[in-house]
Structures are given as C-alpha cells and as structure tokens.
Design a protein around this ligand. Structure first.
Ligand code: C2E
Ligand code: MG
Ligand code: MG
Ligand code: MG
Length: 278
C-alpha cells in the first residue's frame, strides 16, 4: 500500500510507523515488568441495592502504579495489553487478587457481597479459561456464587456462541455473569438467554442525561423493563447525582454504582468504609 504513495511518502510512513511501533514496544516491555514487579493494584467500587442502600457488591478495577510515577488508568494500557496478549496473565492476576481479597473480607465478617471482575474477550477465547477461573476460586477459597464476571456487550456479539458457552460450566458452579456497558452494542438479544446472563450493567452514556427530556430516560426505562421480564438483575453505573439515583430507583433498577455513592477506592479505604457499617 505504502509503495503506491511514492518514494518520499513511503519513507515518511515507514518513519511514522517505526516511531509508533517503538512506543508500543516500550509500553509492552513496561507492562511485562509491571507484572513481574507487582506494580498493578486494584481499586474497588462499591455497589448498593437501590431501595435500601445496603452494600451488595464491588467492582474490581485495575490501576497501574509505576515505581516513581502516578497512577495510570486502565483506559491507557488495557487496549495494548489486549493487543499483545498480556491481558491474559494480567487478567489472571486481577481475578486472583480480587477473589483472594473478597474471600479475606468474607472471613473478616464483612456482609457477603458479590465481587465483579472485568474479563476481556482475549481471556475468554483461551481454551482453558474456565479451568483458570476454577483453579483461582479453589486456591483463594472464594465460593463461586460470590464471583461475577463482567463481559462487554461487544464480546457477547462478536464472539461465537461457542466461546460464550465456555461460561456455562462456571455458571453451573454458581459463578454469575454480567453484560457490561449494555446498550452500546448492536446485539440480537438471543445471547442473553443462551448464555444465561444474570445481570445487565446499563452503559454510563445512558445514565449521564437522565432524567432529562431526551431519549435516554426512555432507553433506561426500556432496559429495566426488559430485564424485569427476563428476570435479570439491572445495575446502573456512573450514577453521579441524586436525581439520577432517584430516577433509577423509581424505575426499579436494582443495583447502583457511581460517584454519587462512592468512587473506586483502595482495599484499605474499602475496609474503613464498610467495616464501620457493621
Ligand atoms: P467499566 O468496566 O465499564 O468500569 C466502569 C468505569 O467507570 C470505571 O473506570 C469507573 O471508575 C468509572 N466510574 C464509576 N462510577 C463513575 C461515575 O459515577 N462517573 C464517572 N464519570 N465514571 C465512573 P476505570 O476504572 O477507569 O475503568 C475503565 C475501563 O477499563 C472499565 O470500564 C473496564 O472496561 C476496563 N478495566 C478496568 N479494570 C479492568 C480489568 O481488570 N480487566 C479488564 N479487562 N478491563 C478492565
Ligand atoms: Mg465493568
Ligand atoms: Mg467496559
Ligand atoms: Mg461499564
């Protein structure tokens, strides 16, 4: 392709590509080191039952804390980790850390709640994905019913049903499955029943402008109603205001997650926040 653009342009593109490739390789190398040297941490964002405000779950969200740098957000390294396949060992680490933390909190007498872990499509296509999860549950001692795997709607559509069927044995053990960022893909809804999904997480973009006068409130209403008739749990994320919370509660949304209640926080802060409540 580049050739057709002529000699000079070809040279130009090559140089550009080289620069981009170099940057990519540098980040990839840094991610490998980060994994070896334990530079990742998890923050936990509490989830509450809409009608009672009791703690029902927490979503584990990864951050990268380089030796002498500031916290890097997952948006800045997860895509590259997915591209390079490094998300597989990183995802294992996330699962293990989150499950072990949740098991520890259960032992400490925390009110039982569900720990949600984001799973990238790249992890899901690994032949031994279900085995990896089972091993982690066994080794951390977390009972399967406390784990919720978040799959993005994009995955549910793109990947073959075959891939998603890998979740079924885990589901039979009690592991829960949630569809993340629901409403942003263009899906046939058949996978919701085929995969026996348990929860829908309404994408943040629909929460932003509610109640408002636009179409978003109508979409949220429709999702909650549909989830109701399919007997699915609905989780709203990105809830930032009292108005949003009140609207979602009045519509019958089950769980709420967002800055209005709590930001994602380190494990120690999470303990302070919820240890006190008991
Ligand atoms: P997500 O799974 O949809 O997570 C929700 C994101 O919304 C989180 O961003 C969270 O901090 C943010 N959020 C929560 N409440 C509010 C709110 O009230 N207002 C606003 N504006 N934002 C809110 P975060 O932590 O930066 O994570 C971004 C994305 O990175 C996640 O989106 C998820 O797709 C991905 N991610 C995070 N951790 C992991 C991981 O361990 N593995 C994989 N594969 N992906 C991860
Ligand atoms: Mg998520
Ligand atoms: Mg997501
Ligand atoms: Mg989401």
């Amino acid at each position: 392709k580049a050739k057709a653009l002529g000699r000079n342009k070809c040279w130009f593109y090559t140089k550009e590509l080289k620069g981009a490739l170099k940057r990519k390789l540098a980040i990839e190398q840094a991610l490998r080191i980060a994994l070896e040297q334990d530079e990742f941490i998890l923050h936990y964002q509490p989830q509450y039952r809409a009608c009672t405000k009791e703690l029902v779950g927490a979503e584990a969200l990864i951050r990268w804390q380089p030796r002498n740098g500031s916290l890097v957000s997952p948006a800045d390294f997860i895509p590259l980790a997915e591209e390079t396949g490094l998300i597989v060992p990183i995802g294992d680490w996330v699962l293990r850390t989150a499950c072990s933390q949740a098991a520890e909190w259960l032992r400490q007498g925390f009110p039982p709640f569900q720990i949600s872990v984001n799973v990238s499509p790249r992890q899901l296509v690994e032949a031994d994905f279900a085995d990896r999860v089972r091993t982690i549950l066994r080794e951390t001692g977390l009972p399967p019913q406390y784990l919720m795997l978040e799959i993005t709607e994009g995955v549910a559509i793109r990947e073959e049903m075959e891939t998603l069927a890998k979740l079924l044995p885990l589901k039979q053990q009690g592991v829960q499955v949630a569809v993340d960022d629901f409403g942003t893909g263009y899906s046939s809804l058949s996978y919701l029943t085929a995969v026996q999904v348990d929860s829908l997480k309404i994408a943040q973009m629909f929460i932003k402008d509610i109640p408002g006068s636009g179409g978003q409130a109508a979409i949220v209403k429709a999702i909650v109603a549909m989830a109701g008739s399919l007997k699915l749990n609905v989780i709203a994320e990105g809830v930032e205001t009292e108005e949003q919370y009140e609207f979602l509660r009045s519509q019958g949304c089950h769980w709420i997650q967002g800055y209005y209640f709590a930001k994602p926080i380190a494990a120690e802060e999470f303990e302070q926040l919820h240890g006190n409540r008991q």
